[in-house]
Design a protein around this ligand. Structure first.
Ligand code: NI
Length: 214
């Protein structure tokens, strides 16, 4: 039968395109994970100072994290699956960590930093953070500020088409960065690690750091 494309056909086609886009991001995120940054963790090789804003629109920077451990994740709130899965893993691993290392001095501050400053405004983060542990700090910034911190942390992410609409995915590398109390990156944990594996690494670090201080 010949005739104009049916609505059913059009919606099927759109669903397929949507599926492909989601798959594309998944594949890209997987590949980004596979590319481990070749860096020796040490002074000034990875990480550095940054100035961003939190979900209340208040300035929040690297100086605000000094004196406590932090676990930083870079992502975007419109991420359909990878970021939510990684944030969940972060919650689970930190809950287990804090029950094993209960002291205030061992506390790890979880931080989410958006690599999608165009859509992830403070207001958007404020809404998004409701579904996560209140201990999380959600940060965003200007395009330049995000570009700067991504360069320092060697985070790869794709920028959206400037003239395109607001419906896009962002490819990005997926790591948890562990910062010590001086703000130095002391470890980075890939997407392949399970929550118990992350917990074990965090406990090992905190115990070693604690005994080094004594
Ligand atoms: Ni993501």
């Amino acid at each position: 039968m010949r005739g104009p494309i049916s609505w059913k056909g059009v919606s099927l086609m759109l669903a397929t395109v949507g599926g492909l886009l989601a798959y594309y991001e998944y594949e890209r995120e997987k590949r980004a994970t596979a590319i481990q940054p070749v860096v020796s963790i040490g002074r000034a090789s990875l990480g550095g100072e940054f100035a961003l804003v939190d979900s209340d629109g208040q300035p929040f920077g690297s100086a605000d994290l000094l004196g406590r451990y932090a676990l930083i994740y870079f992502g975007f709130t419109h991420c359909p699956d990878i970021c939510p899965a990684e944030l969940k893993k972060m919650e689970e691993s930190l809950a287990a960590y804090h029950s094993r290392m209960p002291g205030d001095g061992a506390r790890i501050q979880p931080v989410f930093i958006s690599i999608d400053p165009r859509r992830d405004t403070s207001a958007r983060l404020k809404d998004y953070q409701k579904q996560w542990s209140p201990s999380f700090k959600f940060l965003t910034g200007t395009t330049d500020q995000i570009r700067d911190i991504a360069r320092k942390y060697r985070v790869y992410y794709s920028a959206p088409d400037e003239d395109g609409d607001d419906d896009y995915l962002v490819d990005h590398s997926i790591f948890f960065y562990l910062l010590d109390k001086r703000g130095e990156v002391v470890d980075y944990l890939g997407k392949n690690m399970t929550a118990p594996e992350v917990t074990a690494r965090l406990v090992k670090f905190a115990q070693a750091d604690n005994s080094a201080r004594k």
